[in-house]
Design a protein around this ligand. Structure first.
Ligand code: 5GP
Ligand code: MN
Length: 336
């Protein structure tokens, strides 16, 4: 393992740097990656953000977005950049399987791998680790990595601040989750002082729904919401037919699960969506209920205690039934 003094020394000279994050990147994945990117380019590094897949349109306004390389469709260019990199930053994920085929390239690369993340149980593939599961977002860790580890608060400019604010806002569910501590609010205050325009960022991320997305949400809530009061659990499903009919794009299903969790008394919410090649589950929970446990045990996934995801190769109906059959095992935790 590298120490911070050696890393600081390395970063004192321009380096070839790749920054990557998990597939289907969310606000924290893109916010932390582009926040770090906007920091590194001020020091003359040749930095490139490479995402394993595309990401939602509501993140495309982030400063530096135009320089992002999406692996899918640009495999050769991405492989060259990864192969030639001196340093690879792995942000907001901690297992190489989360970056799809890029995992093999990153795993084989001789570059120094720096892991900055807040998910449980990191895999051992890194040379330096800045990891804290209590952080509300990886963007929060990028802020403290820059200001406390690298002692470079002066380089938190408007672009860096805007990206990091976006990561913290989205991963803390707009400052609502229990890990939104007073320290997080102090950091976001610093980010606003550094130029992040909080109300505008909120507007860009959350108030940009298409009409069809809103109508799709209406269908989900009126036709495909099932509340299982016996288990304080609510399920929303989305089938292929509706996704096609309403032309629902990548990321446009984000947040729908929270409507199920907003029902009074509900402790566990599931959004189960029929993707072309698999069924994807998004679970959210309240308090101590371990949503990640269900995802890990039954749906080849994982995540945080209160926000987790997984997949299944079964049909939508089969997965919903499987999910319901799992609930008795957790009845005590869901109802006590
Ligand atoms: P979402 O429901 O938004 O897809 O995911 C919620 C959380 O669970 C995110 O923090 C994400 O990192 C994590 N997550 C989602 N899918 C998976 C998965 O397949 N494996 C693991 N380890 N974590 C996941
Ligand atoms: Mn995150």
């Amino acid at each position: 393992m590298l120490d911070i003094a050696s890393l600081t020394e390395l970063l004192a000279q321009p380096k070839k740097i790749v920054i990557t994050t998990h597939h289907k990147p969310d606000g924290d994945a893109m916010g932390s990656s582009l926040g770090l990117y906007n920091y590194l380019i001020q020091q003359g590094h040749h930095a490139k953000v490479i995402t394993p897949t595309d990401y939602p349109q509501y993140l495309e306004w982030l400063p530096g977005n135009g320089e992002v390389l999406i692996y899918t469709g640009n495999e050769k260019e991405a492989a060259t950049l990864i192969g030639n990199a001196d340093i690879i930053f792995c942000l907001d994920f901690n297992a190489l399987g989360r970056i799809n085929e890029m995992g093999v390239l990153v795993g084989e690369s001789t570059a120094l791998k720096i892991l900055i993340d807040h998910h449980l149980e990191p895999q051992d593939f890194d040379d330096y680790r800045y990891w804290n599961i209590n952080a509300c977002a990886t963007a929060q860790l990028i802020y403290s990595f820059i200001t406390e580890e690298l002692n470079n608060k002066a380089l938190i400019n408007k672009d860096v601040a805007t990206c990091l604010y976006t990561g913290i806002m989205t991963d803390s569910a707009s400052f609502c989750l229990p890990n939104t501590t007073s320290a997080v609010h102090r950091i976001t205050a610093d980010l606003i002082d550094a130029g992040a325009v909080n109300w505008h960022i909120y507007d860009l991320v959350y108030n940009n729904s298409s009409e069809s997305r809103l109508r799709f949400l209406g269908v989900c809530l009126s036709k495909h919401l099932e509340v299982l009061y016996e288990y304080n659990t609510a399920i929303i499903t989305a089938n292929k037919h509706d996704l096609e009919k309403y032309d629902i794009l990548t990321g446009e299903t984000e947040g729908i699960v929270n409507y199920a969790l907003s029902i009074s008394g509900i402790r566990l919410a599931a959004f189960i969506v029929e993707r072309p090649d698999k069924v994807k589950l998004s679970l959210r929970s309240k308090g101590e209920f371990p949503a990640n446990d269900i995802c890990k045990k039954y749906f080849s996934g994982g995540g945080h205690r209160n926000a987790a995801g997984g997949i299944s190769t079964g049909s939508l109906e089969e997965v919903v039934n499987q999910f319901k059959l799992i609930l008795p095992e957790y009845k005590k935790l869901l109802t006590q």
